[in-house]
Design a protein around this ligand. Structure first.
Ligand SMILES: [Zn+2]
Length: 349
């Protein structure tokens, strides 16, 4: 081969691969063209190898020509490859693209149940007063639901007609808790005062379902044990709660009452948020007061049951029905509205 022939071959290789590269329609096809040109057995590679048969003089002129051609073609392949990849990516994106101008599916947003909303409002107010959220199981033993709460063996609340007992192989009788007061015991057990908790949750009693009773309902329990806790602390806490719920003018009053786990015990009334004591108010029946729940100073026997010395520590506890608060707050006059899951009702909250 003369140097002229070699140069002629170089031009042919150049033209051939320029046109092949332009024809390649995909990055994959281009890669095959590249291998045919610059690969180990590629046409240009072979041509450059053949330089070894030329004289030193010829190599000096032909060598740079060959290298320049190699660089030109490499650069061309790289540029073509980048262009092909970009257009393939764009085609892929176009194939996956969604039409954002289409009308949406009629997805409806869910919302919180009114009882959840009421629970969160009550808990939010009490949490700002320093109460922490505590939880307990729905299935309880007699110890947590009755014994440790100073409820005597013959108390009517323990009777089969009031409490759901569970059948089972356990030595202790199992039951569905009848109040959230069981959480007081669970929380105080193994802890030392000061303690300040609320425990909202579901409770179970054998009540027939009617407009104001349900066998499953919700209570919120509050407990505060510390040094020198008094009825005044109880009253200020509950006043803050009622003002948070019913506005800054709300007031509360205590009526003496009896619950085995408190001494003294009181019923808590709050001023009616629907009237100012007018005789025609159907909610408070003209009294101006609404019953809110029970409360009192924690009975020394309850503290003793969880190894807290009643000589050193004192505390208050209160329990309220969440349904009752929600009914007053939202103007719902039938407790069943909370459980029937009628979306026409639930949608209003
Ligand atoms: Zn009223």
């Amino acid at each position: 081969m003369t140097p002229k022939d070699w140069q002629g071959k170089c031009s042919l290789v150049r033209e051939h691969f320029l046109s092949e590269a332009a024809k390649a329609a995909s990055a994959e096809a281009l890669e095959a063209v590249k291998v045919a040109c610059l690969g180990r057995k590629g046409e240009l590679t072979e041509l450059l190898k053949s330089l070894k048969d030329f004289s030193l003089e010829d190599k000096k002129t032909l060598g740079p020509l060959g290298n320049a051609l190699k660089q030109e073609l490499s650069a061309l392949f790289d540029a073509r490859e980048a262009a092909l990849k970009a257009s393939e990516l764009e085609a892929g994106l176009m194939a996956d693209a969604s039409d954002v101008t289409l009308p949406p599916y009629p997805f409806q947003r869910g919302r919180l149940h009114p009882l959840t909303l009421a629970t969160r409002r009550i808990a939010g107010i009490l949490e700002r007063l320093g109460f922490a959220w505590a939880d307990g199981p729905h299935v309880e033993t007699e110890r947590y639901n009755f014994d440790a709460l100073n409820i005597p063996q013959n108390h009517p609340a323990r009777a089969m007609q009031d409490t759901f007992y569970l059948n089972g192989p356990c030595r202790d009788k199992r039951l569905l808790r009848t109040h959230t007061s069981s959480v007081q015991i669970r929380y105080m057990e193994g802890r030392k005062p000061p303690l300040r908790i609320i425990s909202p949750g579901r409770v179970f009693r054998k009540d027939a379902l009617d407009a104001s009773h349900s066998p499953v309902f919700h209570q919120v329990e509050g407990l505060y044990v510390d040094k020198n806790v008094s009825m005044a602390d109880l009253k200020s806490t509950l006043t803050s709660l009622m003002r948070g719920l019913f506005g800054p003018k709300a007031r509360i009053r205590f009526r003496p009452s009896f619950f085995p786990f408190v001494e003294p015990g009181v019923e808590v009334d709050a001023t009616c948020s629907f009237c100012s004591g007018g005789a025609r108010c159907p909610v408070c029946k003209g009294t101006g007061w609404l019953e809110m729940g029970g409360a009192g100073m924690v009975h020394p026997n309850v503290l003793k049951a969880v190894d807290i010395d009643p000589e050193q520590w004192s505390g208050f506890a209160f329990g309220m029905g969440i349904e009752r608060l929600a009914m007053l707050d939202y103007g719902v006059n039938d407790i069943r509205a909370f459980y029937e899951n009628d979306v026409r009702v639930l949608r209003q909250f």
